[in-house]
Design a binder for this molecule. Structure first.
Ligand SMILES: Nc1nc2c(c(=O)[nH]1)N[C@H]1C(S)=C(S)[C@@H](COP(=O)(O)O)O[C@H]1N2
Ligand SMILES: [Mo]
Length: 459
């Protein structure tokens, strides 16, 4: 690296690691570009692997017009004119150039758009937080924008001995209580459910996009129950009930509540919950399948046995190969997916790529993610980007130089309890292939010679 800081075009390039173009190279790129000889630029893309990023930055920092235009002093409009005023849009929104980044419905998956799903665009997201407007949606009976001043949460016992003082809270009363904020993923138990029998969808948005991750803010459910004089000798299960027409009802076992992890939440990513996510109140049940995260939460009941409601005895249970169902399989087991490269994407050329993806476990922290580019024959350990939090998405990255040959890209996560993701063959060996819920098999993406990436399953 040159010590001559002033001669480098941007601070970014100066801080670049050794394998990026040197400031000398960058100057050459500039000179060549100005002289109208762009071939150096192209060579730089092909030659330096990570250097490609630097030459791209250089090209952008130097806004020369089209091919052959040699006037380096012709600045773009945004460098000369007056920009837009502040508060031109009281609630900011993404660049118009990002308008293809959207949650989407899977065509033909559901008959109505009320009892339906929209999938988060995992392939377009960075880090671990899902922007609230891109959070996946799962509604059984459509969503509502409920007037918070009229919303109430009732806390009662299944009989008068269970809880001394049943109470009805309004939102103000809940929001003045001590709050906590925590990052957690929420995954629908049916995520990846279409892939049990065979490859069914083209992209990771549809194969894995029923997961999102937010910072949730709210009051531990235990605090509310204690305020109401819960008798913890008798009370062993809680029933949570939603206010929408689906009457979503789920049993939450006592040990989850005791840990203080279960929240009655009103906040999501620094603002109030979005209406689609249950505004103004939802239950947050870290590690447990999405259906237990009851939205539009209106009632909590403390009882002494599991409630066995329609949403837990008929749905969200695992069909086994012998035709029987498992009872209460609510935990989201360890899982991961490579989001770049993933189905539907196209690699531009051989050379360097940052393989990136997401890993998570309903049992706690992600301990390790292995990545293979040869269908599971060889594995390398990926970098986990911190902080690695419990029952939260974890971003992993690993370097890869693609040789241009067909490649089978996979990730395999291990959590802190030692659980490891299984292959499809192993998982089907136990669970069969007719199930819907809790598919946490290792995902495979085939990078074809053309650079196009396809969803595949290995036998
Ligand atoms: N009241 C209510 N709560 C609900 C649902 C619902 O339809 N109504 N859907 C459940 C299901 S199946 C899932 S996966 C999650 C989805 O949460 P999201 O829409 O915020 O992503 O909410 C759960 N809570
Ligand atoms: Mo769900």
């Amino acid at each position: 690296m040159s010590k001559d800081k002033d001669s480098a075009p941007t601070g970014r390039l100066l801080r670049a690691p050794e394998n990026f173009l040197s400031p000398e190279d960058v100057k050459t790129v500039f000179r060549e570009a100005r002289d109208g000889r762009r071939h150096f630029l192209r060579q730089a893309f092909a030659a330096a692997s990570a250097g490609a990023a630097a030459s791209l930055a250089a090209a952008q920092a130097n806004p020369v017009g089209g091919e052959g235009d040699s006037n380096i002093l012709e600045l773009p409009e945004h460098s000369r004119g007056l920009g837009k005023p502040v508060v031109s849009d009281g609630y900011g929104r993404p660049s118009r150039y990002e308008s293809n980044v959207q949650r989407r419905q899977s065509p033909g998956l559901t008959q109505t758009t009320q009892a339906s799903v929209s999938f988060a665009p995992l392939q377009s997201l960075f880090g671990i937080v899902t922007p609230s407007g891109l959070h996946f949606e799962r509604h059984h009976q459509g969503w509502w924008d409920i007037d918070p001043s009229k919303h109430r949460l009732m806390v009662n016992g299944s009989d008068e001995r269970m809880l001394k003082k049943p109470m009805v809270f309004n939102l103000d009363e809940i929001m003045r209580l001590p709050s906590v904020s925590r990052f957690h993923f929420i995954e629908c138990g049916a995520n990846t459910g279409m892939e049990w029998g065979n490859v069914a969808v083209p992209t990771c948005q549809y194969s894995h996009g029923m997961i999102s991750c937010s910072e949730f803010t709210g009051v531990p459910l235990k605090v509310l129950l204690d305020m109401c004089g819960a008798d913890w000798k008798r009370g062993r299960f809680v029933l949570a009930e939603g206010a929408d027409g689906s009457s979503m009802t789920r049993t939450i076992p006592r040990d989850l509540i005791d840990s203080g992890e279960v929240l009655v939440a009103y906040g999501q990513n620094g603002e109030m919950l979005r209406p689609e996510q249950g505004y103004p109140l939802r239950l947050v049940v870290p590690g447990v399948q999405g259906v237990s995260w009851v939205k539009y939460l209106r009632r909590i009941e403390l009882g002494d046995q599991p409630y066995g409601t329609k949403d837990e005895v008929i749905h969200y249970i695992d069909l086994m190969p012998d035709g029987l169902h498992r009872q209460y399989s609510s935990l989201q087991e360890v899982k991961s997916v490579v989001t770049t490269p993933s189905g539907g994407q196209v690699l531009l050329d051989k050379g360097y790529y940052n393989i990136s993806g997401l890993a998570w476990s309903g049992r706690g922290r992600v301990k390790k993610v292995d990545v293979s580019v040869d269908g599971g024959r060889n594995w390398r350990v990926a970098r986990l980007e911190g902080p690695v939090m419990s029952k939260c998405l974890t971003r992993f990255n690993i370097d890869w130089v693609w040789d241009g040959k067909p490649s089978l890209v996979q990730s395999r996560a291990t959590d802190e309890t030692g659980h490891v993701q299984a292959t499809y063959a192993q998982l089907r060996g136990v669970r069969g292939s007719r199930s819907i819920y809790h598919n946490n098999a290792i995902q495979t993406w085939l990078v074809q010679e053309s650079g196009e990436v396809k969803n595949v399953q290995l036998a």
